[in-house]
Design a protein. Structure first.
Length: 249
């Protein structure tokens, strides 16, 4: 793990840069909420990032998943089975996490886009990191209630479908932070843009819905964006969502 991989953006709120995907650690005393878990190949870095902040996996009160793609769900089943950590997703994402179906970019789509800059190196890294591994969950759970979750950080799930049917972002109203998963990113190896943006078309299950979900993100009061891919974005999250919409149209 790089020395600069862990970025503190507020008290008890840390963004961690994995090999190509980010995760977030919310801390309150000895308790932790982990949001996303990177690729399967990022497992040692997930554990190292917890350790660097003084926590063991046993301190995790819950893992929250933005969506069930391999580069976000990677170590969720491991943490659940090895440490008894509950893993929560939006109810529409549960069958995806159980791999009753797969809403993930196909090998054929990647091959057809391989001529685009960055796609081939990204694909090689994804495969080597477990992008095609079986990471299905046996006991994923829906959120226990509406509104703020009773977990460190008091994250509020906000359903933002499009990238997948059950994609969620997590709003931290008290900290002024939005953890956006793949609904809104600040960079990606397959994109030349270094600004708030949607991922390229091939990554979305329903791009029109992904565009519509930007309007939900736009309403969230926050001035820090922690994306699933790319660096921390400082500034109005509403403005970031509008900028992504402009680029998408």
């Amino acid at each position: 793990m790089r020395e600069d991989a862990i970025v503190e953006v507020a008290t008890g709120v840390h963004l961690v840069h994995g090999s190509n995907t980010n995760w977030v650690i919310l801390s309150e005393g000895d308790a932790v909420t982990l949001i996303d878990t990177g690729y399967p190949g990022d497992r040692l870095d997930v554990l190292a990032s917890l350790d660097a902040l003084g926590h063991s996996p046993k301190a995790i009160g819950a893992v929250l998943i933005t969506h069930a793609h391999n580069d976000h769900l990677g170590s969720a089943e491991y943490l659940s089975s090895a440490f008894g950590v509950p893993v929560h997703l939006h109810e529409e994402e549960l069958p995806h996490a159980r791999r009753e179906f797969l809403q993930q970019v196909s090998v054929g789509s990647v091959i057809r886009q391989a001529w685009r800059p960055g796609v081939l190196p990204w694909a090689v890294h994804a495969i080597r990191s477990g992008g095609t591994a079986d990471v299905r969950m046996t006991r994923p759970e829906s959120f226990p209630g509406e509104g703020p979750l009773d977990l460190p950080g008091r994250p509020v799930p906000v359903h933002t479908p499009g990238h997948t049917a059950g994609h969620c972002v997590y709003h931290l109203p008290d900290a002024g932070v939005v953890i956006s998963g793949d609904a809104l990113v600040s960079a990606h190896p397959t994109s030349r843009t270094r600004a708030p943006q949607l991922l390229p078309i091939m990554f979305h299950a329903e791009r029109a819905m992904a565009i519509n979900s930007l309007a939900r993100i736009e309403t969230l009061a926050a001035d820090v964006l922690l994306p699933g891919h790319g660096p921390v974005h400082h500034g109005s999250v509403g403005d970031a969502a509008r900028r992504a919409l402009e680029l998408a149209n």
